[in-house]
Write a protein that binds this ligand. Sequence first.
Ligand SMILES: Nc1nc2c(ncn2[C@@H]2O[C@H](COP(=O)(O)OP(=O)(O)OP(=O)(O)O)[C@@H](O)[C@H]2O)c(=O)[nH]1
Ligand SMILES: [Mg+2]
Length: 520
Amino acid sequence: MVTNELARHLAEISRETGRQIGVLITREGAIKHVVVGDAHELMLPDIGRLRGGAGRFRGLRLVHTHLRGEALTADDLNDLALLRLDMVVVVQATADGLAGNIEVAYLDPARLAVDDDGPMPDPFVHVHARSARALELDLVATMSALEDEFARVVAAARGPADAERALVIGVRLDDQHFEETLELVRAANIVMAGTLRQRRKYVHPRTVVGRGKLQEIILEGMRRSADVAIFDVDLKPAQARAFEDATGMKAIDRTQLILDIFAQRARSRDGKLQVELAQLRYSLPRLTDQDAGLSRIAGGIGGRGPGETVMEIGRRRIRDRIRRLEKQVGQLAKQRNLRRQRRQREGIPVLSIVGYTNAGKSTLLNALTSSDIAAANQLFMTLDPTSRRLRFPQEGEVIITDTVGFISELPADLLTAFHATLEELADASLLLHVADASDPHVDDKIDTVNDLLRELDLGDVPTLCVLNKADAVDPDELRALVARHQAVAVSALRREGLEELLAIAEARLASTGPTSTPSP
Ligand SMILES: Nc1nc2c(ncn2[C@@H]2O[C@H](COP(=O)(O)OP(=O)(O)OP(=O)(O)O)[C@@H](O)[C@H]2O)c(=O)[nH]1
Ligand SMILES: [Mg+2]
């Protein structure tokens, strides 16, 4: 691990200079880097990306001196975990310039093995010795055993599939918010490797989570074999970059997660264009030259200059693409406008279904019109708007539309991108605000939807609150909810309460509809 000569040499120079001295050594014994610190600490150089990927250590160990008898520090363990070093060895430089006690720490992957969801045991092994000669550890044999174990842990966590695996990180204290994030991950078809919550209010300005939490994330990422970290909040570009540099995991924030779901769901040309536009706008300030996506974009450019140039070319191409998409989206909006005007001339009233995602909007449209729009217990199942004709019990026909659901803190870029789609809601004579009565947070979600409607300048469109999933709620609770929100209760799934809903909707339309004069 460290020869007597090296230990003495390092101790001597440390004492002479009054600084910590460190060396990074390969398993073959070659010294790759020499690092000169100050009296208290050592800043390691950027030693580049990890070779070989999961289940391996870096093949470099750090041997360095301490001048004041300090034990191996939390920073040492952090470096060990962050850089996946083979080992960290601390040699005490004594007052007379000799090598004193030695302390070694390494990561034991066996302790990372996931056998339950309990707290993670301390994964570090500490070895103490009076001198280099007294260290009875065969480096090569030990590292090879540790890596075998590491590979086993990774393989056990990963299983046979090699899809990208995500560690979901809850930065907020809010449980409901975190549960919703897990639902989003599920909706995005991402393999969930594990979850991790931050237990304090404070969000680190630079890396989102503090250094201690960062180490926990890295270890958790190792034991669960995670490639990406998904956050329940949005990250600033610099925060995401700092996190990625520190952990080697790709950082995905909440907006990117939602955009990813939208990209998977978009079927119509319009929807696809809008989602791509939102994605590009969001990723532009987040590009780094290490992005695989970017090198693909910038591919074919000879002589791959400095990163900055490649990045600029990537950025320019993305900006060009954004401009093209904006033009196409604008053209489609014009065509849509023409269709709207035609419909308005025909004078058929429009009933639009709005509401929080997964409230049962599509199921309701299906039940009312005997259609078969895809409905599922999944967030953002519906993306593209669908319209159907519906005959009212008394007389007259209406058009009823279903569209994308709302969510709390809907990303601004998405709201912008979907403005055109959502604008059509302004034509509605009546909005059916569908809410999931069986959701314990139904009141909050109704508020969220109402806030978003106001934000979209739809606050003045007549609205009827429909409490869906009545079959799954206690009758007393349902009665209270109905009274509180002046709502109609239905079960779209069991087709219950639909006649009443139609009768009330028709009466509302009659009093506000475009064909009759508005009542005073
Ligand atoms: N128990 C019960 N479940 C329902 C009812 N209506 C819908 N669901 C279920 O709720 C889930 C969501 O239904 P969807 O119709 O896809 O909801 P949505 O509002 O269109 O959702 P998004 O398109 O994802 O925003 C599905 O699993 C439905 O089967 C109901 O009346 N009772
Ligand atoms: Mg739907």
